[in-house]
Structures are given as C-alpha cells and as structure tokens.
Design a protein around this ligand. Sequence first.
Ligand SMILES: [Zn+2]
Length: 184
Amino acid sequence: MNALWIDFVNSDWRDYRGSGRRQDRLEDPQWLRKFRREWGLDGIDPRRPEHHLSLSRLRSLLQGIVGSIVAGAPPRQRDLAALNRWLSARPVRSRLSSERGQFRLQLVPTARGLDAVCFAIAASFAEFLVEGDLSRLRTCDNADCGWVFYDRTKSRTRRWCGDACGNLIKVREFRERRKRKSKS
Ligand SMILES: [Zn+2]
C-alpha cells in the first residue's frame, strides 16, 4: 500500500546494511521535494524549527502506534488521544471520490500550512486504522532497517520492506548456515 502516512513514517531512515547510520529525510531537500509533490502537500518547511518539531512528534507518535499494532497489542489510550489532537485541525471539508468502483469519503483540510499537512498525515493513518487490514502491517525483518510496509501478498509472508533488505538478509542467513555446517 502506497500511503501518505507510510511514506512519512519511513522518512526516518536507518542504514539497512547495519552501519548504524541514520538519516532524517525530512531534512533532505530532494526527498522532501518528492514527498511534497507526490502527496500534494505544500506548506511544510522542516528547516523551520517549529515545523521540524511538529513533524518529528507526529512521526514518533505514528511509530509508537505501529509498534503496538505489529506487536499485536492495542494502541495506548494516550497515543490515541494524541492522534485525535492532530486530527482536530480546522477547517476541513468532506470530499467524495470514486476509484475503481469504490467510493471514498475523505476529510481534507481547506487551509494550507503546517497544521493542514499534519492533519492530512494523521488522517491518512486514521483511515488506515479504520479501513486497512491491521494484520498485514509489518516492520521490516531486517533489524537494522525497521521500515514500515503493508504486506499485500496472498500468503501474508512478506518479511522485508524491499529487495535490498531481502537479498542482504538471505545472504547473511546463507553465510550463517554455512558457518554452522563447517563447524559441525
Ligand atoms: Zn528493510
């Protein structure tokens, strides 16, 4: 699932090869340009401290709730309360759309700026909580990566965010097996 909120949460990038390097992609102008264009979000400038602070807080909150869901636990009440605060931005209007025969009713902010963008991200997440299949929500099995993704496979067995992590872990597991074999 290509969702605004997943893209946003994954702006917290960690080097999947395990170097320990971490990058906040909100601070990467190129990433940010693409993110804003793709989701039609104007009005955020993470170079401004108050924007950066709000976006980081929202991201941590979503990461926390995802962590609970992936662990099979319900989200904490105070996290839901915090999410509701992000959802309380005004003014918003309802927009009905139709995609592949499915109707969707969405709340969209009519104002622009930081609050509207945070609202759009929080609303995208809330919509997922209501309509998505929570049992398909995953974080990458590569502990160095931890990216969030939605498992669309029929067998529900997807373990990695993408091929890069998948190949890396497969090679690692292969080497481990060979090492164990040569020891025994
Ligand atoms: Zn990964």
